[in-house]
Every structure is written in structure tokens, then in C-alpha cells.
Design a protein around this ligand. Structure first.
Ligand code: ZN
Length: 415
């Protein structure tokens, strides 16, 4: 009896080895007001619950950015060949469906106090699903703030998931859809598809996947340019008390904007700990489904390095720019910006930024606190408390304290 098993087992192992991990092609943001159902929609779409932090579970909101990869398929047999699903085997006819592409979902927190995290996440997004609850007035404050953040980040491709459709009648649903449409047009987002869904029940998820596939194409990335990556998370993956010889180096997670990276590459991390760029060697590259030989611009990836894991633990390297030594701009602590105010439909009208005021800047995935040292004719100079890496022409989200919290009030273009 064991003979049969033995001959079968190695065959299976060989087969499993062949299935290589696939890096997601792009990042799609899951954005919207707190409690409108971003995390449950991410779960319905990907089968993964992105709120893993215990505090997040307790409070029922996302504090950190949540990530999940999913591959979309299309069944050629069902629904006249247009049945879009998130599994390889079609749940209706049981046949193997055609693989379309793998995408990374970035689930941004909708709570107003966590806007800085959302703004960092916007730098990684290539498209977005804006979740709007059908049973509430549109827009809610973070619905508007998230859409503004998208606009600043230059994200053009958007799909609206009109969620909680199970909680309203037809008349209310149509009224909500009209309000969503008006809101989108006011924000110069035209012809955005609005898909009514009930995330908890999986209603219309096939239609939502189809719309994402058609309305959020994979951007054309420049793989020939030198590596440039935004770090969104960093970890120490060692168990507490791990033996020294078994210790693994620090891990950097994020998204590549341009170029590629592979094992053995030397990389530079800037501004680096205490504002001093550091170099290290890549020892592994992986994506959500496992190790890969090479990572390229597109969906979320992680890089294993030779760095002391103390440097990368607890997201300490969040916001860093990763590139090739000699190819990354020098970190700066002073910025000259051309400022444009943000238009707002709901809430209090935002006051202008003034000289000597403290503001929060989101530079790529890096939050920074600065003092306005000069402000005239929509041009300003900011002295930063920590150093940042910028490119000329880069857009930076500017937030200001209003009453008890930080609000996105303007954006600056690096001069
Ligand atoms: Zn089918």
C-alpha cells in the first residue's frame, strides 16, 4: 500500500512546485467613508479580511492599510460568456474559468483621524473602488476627502460600489445613485460606473469584478527606468528569541513605481533611519502568493534584505523611497511648493494656509510635519521636522489642523 502512495507523492510535489507565485499587476484602492463597508467588500472580493490588527478588530475600523491579492477569472460557459468570478473553478457550471489578472487591493482607513494613513496609501493606487453606502446621504466627509486625495494622487480610473443596497428600497436606491452621480460630476469625475452591491451577501459582485476589469486597466509601467519604490510597510519577521544564526534581515513592503528588483541587487533606502540613506542587498523578493524571482512596477511586493531587523520593525521604514545607489534624489528638509487649495462641498470651508503655521505633508507614502516659513501668491516654503525625498513637479497633499483633527486642505507642487 505504501508503494502506491510513494509513487504518487513525488509526482504531486513536482506539480505543486511548478505553480509559481504571480505578482499582482496593479494596486486598486478600496476607499470611502468609515463604516460604508470597505473592509467587508474587500473580503467578499478577495476572500481575505484585511483588518488583522487586534486594535482594529476591537474598534471595527482599519488603522493600518490592509492588503489582499486576488486573481479574477471569467467563465466562458455561464452568463453568455461574461461571468466574472474570483475563483478558478466556476461555482455555477463547475468548469475551469479563464484567468484574467491578479490585482492587489489596498484597503484605506475611512476614519477621520486616520486620514494620514489613507493619504499615504493613495500614493500606491493605480485605480480605486469608492465605496458609498446607499442608506446614507452622499457625500459623507471622508467620501469627499478620499476622492480629493485620489485626484491629488492623479488616480483617474474609478468605480463606485453603491453598497448596502439591501438596506434601502428601490426609490431610495435611485435617489442615492443620483446623489452619487452629482457628487462625482462636481469633482470632475465623469462617466464613472456605479454598481449597486450588497457586500455582505455577495450581490452583484460578478458585475463589480467585470466593471473593475473593464474600467481600471493595468497602467503601462516603465520597466527600463532605474528602480523606484514606495515603502508602505516594514517588518521584523523573526520570532521573539530567535537564535542569532537563524535571524532573518529586515523586510520592506510596498509598490514599485518604475523598474524592477531581484535577489542580489544593491538598493538604497532614503531618507533612511535618522535621515541618513542606507544601502543594503536584496536577499529575496516575494508577493502575497509566495516568493518570486523578480518584482516589477505594479502590485504590492516585499523585499527581504540584509538590514538589521531592528531598523525595519513596526513599520519604521514606512514612507521611505527605495532605489538604486546614486539614482535617488538627496533627502531635503526644506520644500518650495506652489499651492492649490482643495475645493470642498461638505463641512466647514477650509481656511488658507498662513505663515508660521504647522502643517502635515504627505510625500509619497511619507508623512512629514513642517512649519510654513514663507507664504505669498500661492507659493510657499516649508521647513520640515524630518527629511523627505522628492522629485520636481511631484504633488504633495497638505493637511492642516481644523478644530480637533487634520484635514486635507490643499496640495503643493514641488518647485
Ligand atoms: Zn460557469
Amino acid at each position: 500500500m505504501s508503494e502506491k502512495k510513494e509513487t504518487k507523492a513525488p509526482k504531486k510535489a513536482k506539480k505543486e512546485k511548478k505553480v509559481e507565485a504571480t505578482q499582482a499587476e496593479l494596486n486598486i484602492g478600496m476607499i470611502g467613508h468609515v463604516d460604508h463597508g470597505k473592509t467587508s467588500l474587500t473580503q467578499t472580493l478577495t476572500g481575505k479580511w484585511t483588518d488583522t490588527h487586534s486594535e482594529e478588530l476591537k474598534r471595527g475600523i482599519s488603522i493600518r492599510l490592509g492588503y489582499a491579492d486576488i486573481t479574477f477569472y471569467k467563465c466562458a460557459k455561464c452568463n453568455e460568456g461574461t461571468f466574472y468570478i474570483n475563483k478558478e473553478i466556476c461555482p455555477i457550471c463547475g468548469k475551469k474559468a479563464k484567468k484574467l489578472r491578479t490585482v492587489s487591493f489596498v484597503d484605506a482607513p475611512g476614519h477621520e483621524t486616520l486620514m494620514a494613513t489613507m493619504l499615504s496609501g493613495a500614493a500606491l493606487m493605480h485605480g480605486a473602488v469608492l465605496v458609498i453606502a446607499a442608506n446614507e446621504k452622499c457625500p459623507q466627509p471622508q467620501t469627499e476627502e478620499h476622492l480629493t486625495a485620489l485626484k491629488i494622487a492623479g488616480v483617474k480610473n474609478l468605480v463606485v460600489a453603491q453598497n448596502k443596497i439591501d438596506l434601502v428600497d428601490k426609490e431610495e436606491a435611485l435617489k442615492s445613485m443620483k446623489a452619487i452621480n452629482d457628487f462625482l460630476e462636481k469633482n470632475r469625475y465623469k462617466d464613472v460606473p456605479i454598481i449597486p452591491v450588497a457586500a455582505h451577501f455577495g450581490t452583484n459582485i460578478d458585475l463589480l469584478i467585470e466593471t473593475i476589469e473593464k474600467s481600471i486597466p493595468t497602467p503601462k509601467f516603465d520597466l527600463k527606468k532605474p528602480l523606484l519604490m514606495h515603502c508602505a510597510r516594514s517588518f521584523d519577521i523573526n520570532k521573539p528569541g530567535e537564535k542569532l544564526e537563524k535571524l532573518k534581515g529586515g523586510v520592506l513592503g510596498g509598490s514599485i513605481l518604475q523598474g524592477k528588483v531581484k535577489e542580489g541587487d544593491n538598493i538604497l533606502i532614503s531618507p533612511g533611519p535618522n535621515g541618513k540613506p542606507i544601502e543594503t542587498t536584496v536577499v529575496s523578493v516575494s508577493c502575497a502568493s509566495g516568493p518570486i524571482k523578480e518584482a516589477h512596477a505594479g502590485g504590492l511586493i516585499a523585499i527581504g534584505t540584509l538590514l538589521d531587523p531592528v531598523i525595519t520593525q513596526n513599520d519604521k521604514m514606512r514612507g521611505q523611497v527605495i532605489g538604486l545607489p546614486g539614482k535617488v534624489s538627496k533627502p531635503v528638509t526644506r520644500l518650495d511648493l506652489k499651492v492649490e487649495q482643495v475645493e470642498r462641498a461638505v463641512g466647514t470651508k477650509s481656511a488658507n494656509i498662513k505663515t508660521n503655521e504647522t502643517i502635515v505633508l504627505t510625500v509619497g507614502t511619507m508623512p512629514a510635519v513642517g512649519t510654513v516659513t514663507k507664504y505669498a501668491n500661492n507659493s510657499m516654503t516649508v521647513a520640515l521636522n524630518n527629511s523627505v525625498v522628492v522629485e520636481k513637479g511631484q504633488k504633495i497633499a497638505l493637511s492642516k489642523r481644523e478644530a480637533t483633527r487634520w484635514r486635507l486642505v490643499a496640495f503643493g507642487i514641488v518647485q
